[in-house]
Design a protein around this ligand. Structure first.
Ligand code: ASP
Length: 311
């Protein structure tokens, strides 16, 4: 079989109408997705590994104020930015995660450092920040993470006493050596309580990768995704029920729906290079590129049909 490499990314999923998202903003999202996708794809094309590719793609979105991760991270009710991120290597099944960390420019890189340079899987809060400092990761002052848009969102959320979220970022990849990896990074929810942690850094909830089966990165209602262990559920349905990715994805979207509310959305790639974009919102910022084939990039649900499904 011909070697395949593929990367898929998401920049979050949400319920918006086309009228609510200006054309300029749509174009900016498309450019942001394209930049992130290509950052990861070039690594894969040059024979690099899936782990480097997902980190590079996520870094790109963390540095883009449009996305709710790194620079564009949402504000908590206390007007702070707190980041959650996790990365998993499907080859070794090693994983690294950080939660409630502040000031770190690229939380996914910190998660990877935790995986590779500590004896732990997850570090939180000030301990995670200290680890970043000790390992010479780039730190930024509070002002770096503040954008007018995020201030506005917090003000609106406070007025409505709501807690909302979207635009978490993530990437999954298969490299030409057959390795899978997944990464997810988020600023959490607008107006969330300080200290709140979502699904994104929880291995098996917001992220999971195993070379034999699948790599998954989620976005959506963290409290629901956490309880339904969406990423691991996709894995388990494929592994133990023998379902192909597409069917496992469908079932993971609906399982325990009667008891667990909230939108579940995710991207996944299997060892043969099948990619699935599963979402129940009106839009998911998403893109994918396999081998030298043309890029697939889409925002709206209606564009779903233009993505070729399993082979
Ligand atoms: N899942 C993220 C969280 O709960 C938010 C999102 O993906 O929109 O923190």
């Amino acid at each position: 079989m011909e070697n395949k490499w593929v990367i898929a990314i998401h920049g979050g999923a949400e319920n918006q109408s086309k009228e609510e998202l200006s054309e300029t903003k749509q174009a900016a999202y498309e450019q942001g997705l394209e930049n992130a996708l290509m950052a990861g794809w070039h690594i894969l094309k040059n024979g690099g590994n899936a782990l480097d590719a997902v980190e590079a793609a996520v870094n790109s979105m963390e540095n883009n104020p449009l996305f709710n991760a790194g620079k564009g991270g949402s504000l908590t009710s206390a007007h702070t930015t707190e980041f959650d991120a996790a990365i998993m290597d499907g080859k070794t099944m090693q994983a690294g995660a950080v939660a409630g960390v502040q000031h770190v420019k690229n939380p996914i890189t910190l998660a990877r450092a935790v995986m590779e340079q500590s004896k732990h899987v997850m570090l939180v809060g000030p301990g995670a920040e200290e680890f970043a400092r000790d390992h010479h990761l780039e730190l930024k002052a509070d002002a770096y993470f503040l954008t007018d848009e995020k201030e506005k969102s917090l003000k609106e959320a406070k007025k409505e006493a709501s807690v909302t979220g979207h635009d978490t970022v993530g990437a999954v990849a298969l490299d030409m050596h057959g390795n899978l990896a997944a990464a997810t990074s988020t600023g959490g929810l607008v107006n969330q309580l300080p200290g709140r942690v979502g699904d994104s850094p929880i291995i098996g909830s917001g992220v999971y990768a195993n070379n034999d089966v699948v790599a998954v990165s989620c976005t959506g209602d963290g409290e629901g995704i956490m309880r339904s262990n969406v990423a691991h559920e996709v894995y388990a349905l494929m592994k133990y029920k023998g379902l192909p990715l597409k069917e496992a994805a469908k079932e993971a979207m609906t399982i325990y729906r009667d008891r667990i509310e909230g939108d579940r959305n995710f991207i996944a790639v299997d060892p043969t290079g099948n990619v699935e974009f599963s979402f129940e919102t009106s839009l998911m910022f998403r893109a994918c590129k396999r081998n030298d084939e043309p890029t697939y990039l889409a925002l709206w649900r209606e564009e779903e049909d233009s993505w070729e499904k399993e082979e």
